[in-house]
Ligand binder design. Structure first.
Ligand code: SGN
Ligand code: CA
Length: 490
């Protein structure tokens, strides 16, 4: 799993921006899900949903300020009880101690997000600082676990990369990788949010104003970065070895020069920032793809490749300039959708694709199902095993909609609280906390979600049907109406 890696940046999902050969291999030799959704598109919440198979209001981890109740049942605990050796390497982000793992080496520092260079880990509870680049190190740890594991037992290993999370610091070998590349702009980079709710207008996650010159765009010289020891950039920069700092300086010098030339303003400046953002984001993601290659190679060499259910996903998607944004949180396609690629030739026909509506709460029951462990009644997600075995076809009585609920407001990026459903063809969203506004989209005619149909007289029938399905869905998942009011969440 990665942090913030989005389908627009994965070539088997049709990306126009990047080549990801090792992820593509998983799809070509396995299955690609086109409609897998995060039920709360934020790191901690998504991870808690994945571990428990339950929605945020049931597992209790609603936003990144929550603390995970580690005493509750999780799929690694259940697999361990069934005889699996369990491990996690990389990002955890749930604040409380991980439970249910025989081996755990998790990123610490920077509020549990970890660092890109020479990152701190808590390894089985003991602090260690590793030398090198985080994506390589997380993979080293994963491979070490595979080498040293008890070969008599089946295993479950969670490899959780920090990359490509903000502030997008590429591996030394990838610094400047895309300096010459000009990426195509999304059509709605200059979206004016006409007809949309005030939530879309009032966010603070736009390329034009929110990206920070220092932290995100790397527009400080070495001298400027080192001037203030309390600056976050000082901290991350001084973690790099001297030769990497030299490379960093020479790569970003070009950018700083351009920026300070005084030629950039207005829309041209936004376009320029978009290019710099994508260069760093995609260069950071490059190391993930390479390291997936390393892990697959190890499994192949050790004879376990075809014997292992291999899953690639990200905690949520991300905006790469669509609507003028970076970050996630909104129930719009770019970030609600998660990449989901699964390889397991014993059950999956190579090159399968699925349009079945899946959610991250389905992962836990799927893993338990494949391991032959009974799926507890309380789990809210459903096993995808049958879909994998049927070349992506969902069973007849499959769900009609994915449910969504985002809570982290007021907070960084100012995305208002909202909930809603996404069906095969439509989306209905209610922003409910300090405002009471709705959005509705026809995803077939308007996949980029630009045309809010809510309240349009000719849409009354569709709207009523969606509203009815929304309330039914909430009933199925035990959402109480006070869950949706200001008082309860405060
Ligand atoms: C950090 C980032 C945010 C990001 C959150 C949550 N700011 O706070 O941009 O939305 O993480 O991300 S930064 O200044 O620290 O880069 S999450 O993926 O962990 O949920
Ligand atoms: Ca994330």
């Amino acid at each position: 799993m990665t942090d913030d890696h989005t389908t627009q940046a994965i070539s088997c999902y049709g990306s126009k921006l990047a080549e990801t050969p090792h992820m593509d291999r998983l799809a070509a030799e396995g299955i690609r899900f086109d409609n897998c959704y995060a039920v709360n598109a934020l790191s901690g919440p998504s991870r808690a949903c994945i571990l428990t198979g339950k929605f945020s209001h049931v597992n209790g981890f609603r936003d990144n300020a929550s603390v995970f109740d580690g005493d509750q049942p999780t799929f690694p605990k259940m697999l361990r009880e069934a005889g699996y050796e369990t491990a996690i390497a990389g990002k955890w982000h749930l604040i409380s101690e991980p439970q249910g793992f025989d081996f755990r080496s998790i990123l610490s520092g920077q509020h549990e997000q970890g660092d890109y260079y020479d990152p701190d880990f808590l390894e089985n509870g003991i602090p260690v600082i590793e030398k090198g680049y985080v994506t390589d190190i997380v993979t080293d740890k994963a491979i070490r676990f595979l080498e040293e594991r008890d070969k008599e037992k089946p295993f479950c290993l969670m490899v959780h990369h920090k990359a490509p999370h903000r502030n997008w610091m590429p591996a030394p070998r990838h610094l400047g990788l895309f300096n010459e590349t000009v990426f195509p702009e999304p059509d709605n980079l200059f979206d004016t949010y006409e007809g949309r709710s005030s939530a879309a207008r009032q966010q603070d996650m736009n390329i034009a104003h929110t990206l920070r010159e220092d932290w995100d765009l790397k527009l400080l010289t070495r001298e400027e970065m080192l001037r203030d020891t309390t600056n976050r950039l000082y901290n991350v920069y001084q973690r790099m070895p001297a030769p990497v700092q030299d490379k960093w300086d020479s790569v970003y010098a070009i950018r700083i020069r351009e920026y300070r030339s005084g030629h950039l303003s207005g829309d041209a400046l936004v376009s320029w920032k978009y290019q710099q953002y994508l260069r760093d984001y995609l260069a950071t993601a490059q190391a993930v793809d390479e390291n997936i290659g390393r892990l697959l190679e190890y499994l192949e060499k050790s004879g376990e490749l075809d014997n292992t259910l291999i899953v690639y996903t990200s905690d949520q998607g991300f905006f790469l300039g669509e609507h003028g944004w970076f970050d996630k949180r909104f129930m719009y396609e770019e970030c609600q959708r998660m990449p989901l690629l699964i390889r397991y030739p014993k059950a999956i026909r190579p090159g399968s694709t699925s349009r079945a509506i899946a959610m991250n709460v389905d992962f836990a029951p799927t893993f338990l199902d494949f391991a032959g462990v009974a799926i507890p009644e309380e789990i809210q997600g459903r096993s995808l095993k049958h879909i994998l075995e049927q070349r992506g076809e969902s069973p007849e009585e499959w769900r009609e909609a994915a449910y969504y609920h985002y809570y982290e407001y007021p907070a960084e990026h100012s995305v208002k609280r909202h909930y809603g459903i996404r069906t095969a063809t439509h989306k209905l969203i209610h922003f409910y906390h300090d405002i009471d506004e709705w959005e509705m989209y026809d995803l077939q005619s308007d996949p980029k979600e630009m045309n809010n149909l809510y309240g349009k007289p000719d849409q009354a029938e569709t709207q009523a049907a969606l509203l009815c399905l929304l309330r039914q869905t909430q009933e199925i998942y035990d959402v109480t109406m006070d869950e949706l009011t200001v008082d309860e969440v405060n």
